[in-house]
Design a binder for this molecule. Structure first.
Ligand SMILES: *Cc1c(COP(=O)(O)O)cnc(C)c1O
Length: 567
């Protein structure tokens, strides 16, 4: 492909992308394919002879699109958002064109310098303490990491290296291995799995601090564990606080935790991967109060600030803590302006893309006001969804709605909510994921796509509430068997159900004779009070037929469902 063809194809690709995004609503948000679907659609080996561009492009709709989960569909409400905007996509094109590897100032001065300045711009939008900014008297600064997971790992490794040096200054005889074997790091029991992994990769213990009724870590909880661990001869060295936890968007109380960490010489890292973007709005900035106690702070503009993946912003109060931990400089990487910054010392890989271009384009083309409006719109949509849920007596809200995430569930058993979610996702109209909060199975509704509007949220809610009505109705009619076996009944199963039904009805009739209520009421009482009996009769049937059909286990599991049959 020469420049002339690139010019033509590039314009076609931009048209394809614009069409895709303009019409994304018409595509099914979650694909229908099964694992392994793709292999059979393409050749076993790469082509020997060059193919034409047309042939490649033709396969996008045939091979790729059927297997795409459309994260930018306004019907996508799963996980957390991943950022997406036209200016960021254009900047990404330019990044690809320049194609530099900006590991040092000399390797690409613009790449290194723009990144430092963009992290200062962003830090100022968040009103970070001056210590964290590079262009001030302070000794801090910011850098782009690929992901929040890497930021947490880097912070943990830097903290590990700092504590080892600190202890060895006082006790030169203590070996590094000995010290590391005693180290212990902490996080909330609601922290992202990447925090636990950072502990695994960093080779240190990672303990989870229990959270309060709002899913937030409080000072007293940390203090208690610290005392126990110090008494046991361990060395606490790192605490990862979360602002905006993944399950429910809860906030650890960093104004209580920060002073404890500072006093105990524990590195406090703050993971605000999702929520961090909201701190550019003055009304949400108080959620970041206590940041002055932190050693490092990280959030993902690639989640909620319109900068496409990957772009995770990380700041440290002392550059030397990070750089000191990971600096190795062979001759071939040395240059005349060593002091001008070498961002590869802040991360694991050597290579780095020119990612700050995306920030520069987005910040300039939206302006702080545009970015704030975007955050506020998403929070407003979440509030709208929350009020729809609250207006329906069958549902409950499971955690405070602070930003763009609503945690909700049907009042009743976990199994009931699992079935509801299964039905929501198999209908393929919208896409949601669950979480576990205080032992309860909870549905998460995260406002994700840039183009989500009020009408989409209302449509999603009416879809969910319709499916809930269907489910509850089936349960009311005692039509449990259908619920248990959505994939159709085989003959054996039918027989099993039939016999089970007879056993149950028999007991119901007995109940009826002793209770002067309606027959249906007796059934309900029976079902509520006699789950054990049901399970026994089921086991009996299982033994009788000697079948190990997986549905059987599902059915015994589902028996707790009867507990929610309305009176
Ligand atoms: C999403 C998320 C992460 C992981 O982010 P990556 O950038 O994909 O590593 C970590 N922590 C929290 C709180 C998150 O919500």
């Amino acid at each position: 492909m020469d420049a002339a063809e690139f010019r033509r194809r590039g314009k076609e690709m931009v048209d394809y992308v614009a069409d895709y995004l303009e019409n994304i609503e018409k595509r099914q948000v979650y694909p229908d394919v099964e694992p392994g679907y793709l292999r059979s659609l393409i050749p076993e080996e790469a082509p020997l002879e060059a193919e034409s561009y047309e042939d490649v492009v033709k396969d996008i709709e045939r091979v790729i699109m059927p297997g795409v989960t459309h994260w930018h569909s306004p019907y996508f409400y799963a996980y957390f958002p991943t950022a997406h905007s036209f200016p960021a996509m254009l900047a990404d094109m330019l990044c690809g064109a320049i194609g530099c590897i900006g590991f040092s100032w000399a390797a690409s001065p613009a790449c290194t310098e723009l990144e430092t300045v963009m992290l200062d711009w962003l830090g100022k939008m968040l009103k970070l303490p001056e210590d964290f900014l590079a262009g001030t008297e302070g000794s801090g600064g910011g850098v782009i990491q690929g992901t929040a997971s890497e930021a947490t790992l880097i912070a943990l490794l830097a903290a590990r290296s700092k504590i080892v040096k600190l202890i060895q200054t006082d006790h030169p005889d203590r070996s590094e291995t000995d010290i590391i074997s005693k180290l212990v790091a902490y996080s909330s029991d609601q922290a992202h799995s990447s925090v636990e992994r950072a502990g695994l990769i960093g080779g240190v213990r990672m303990k989870k601090i229990p959270t309060d009724s709002k899913f937030s870590v409080r000072g007293a909880a940390l203090q208690k564990v610290l005392e126990e661990d110090r008494a046991a001869g361990l060395i606490p060295f790192f605490f990862c606080a979360t602002l905006g936890t993944t399950p429910s968007c809860a906030f650890d109380c960093i104004t209580e935790l920060g002073p404890i960490c500072n006093a105990e010489k524990i590195w406090m890292h703050i993971d605000a991967a999702y929520a961090g973007s909201a701190f550019i709005c003055p009304e949400f900035r108080p959620l970041l109060n206590g940041i002055e106690f932190a050693d490092s702070f990280n959030f993902n503009p690639h989640k909620w600030l319109l900068v496409n993946f990957d772009c995770s912003a990380m700041w440290v109060k002392k550059r030397s803590d990070i750089i000191g931990a990971f600096k190795i400089e062979p001759l071939y990487l040395k240059h005349d302006h060593q002091e001008s910054g070498n961002q590869s010392h802040w991360q694991i890989p050597l290579g780095r893309r020119f990612r700050s271009l995306k920030m520069w384009f987005v910040f300039r083309m939206y302006g702080l006001k545009g970015l704030q409006a975007y955050i506020r719109k998403h929070v407003g949509l979440a509030k709208e969804f929350e009020s729809l849920v609250k207006a329906d007596q069958r549902f409950e809200i499971s955690a405070d709605v602070v930003l763009g995430l609503v945690c909700f569930r049907l009042k009743g058993s976990n199994e009931l909510n699992e079935i509801l979610l299964k039905r929501i996702n198999s209908a393929r109209k919208i896409h949601l994921v669950p979480c576990q909060l205080a032992g309860k199975f909870v549905l998460r509704f995260a406002v994700c796509a840039r183009t989500t509007e009020s009408r989409h949220v209302r449509e999603a809610w009416s879809h969910i509430s319709h499916l809930a009505s269907e489910l509850l109705q089936e349960l009311q009619m005692g039509d449990l068997y259908y619920v248990c076996c959505p994939h159709g009944l085989t003959f054996t199963l039918l027989l099993q159900f039939f016999l089970l039904f007879i056993v149950k009805m028999y007991v119901c009739i007995v109940f009826y004779l002793f209770h002067f209520h309606s027959f249906v009421h007796s059934c309900c009482i029976f079902m509520k009070q006699n789950q054990i009996l049901s399970i026994i009769s089921l086991s009996f049937l299982k033994a009788l037929f000697l079948t190990q059909h997986s549905c059987c286990d599902e059915i015994s599991h589902q028996h707790s469902l009867t507990a929610i049959v309305p009176k």
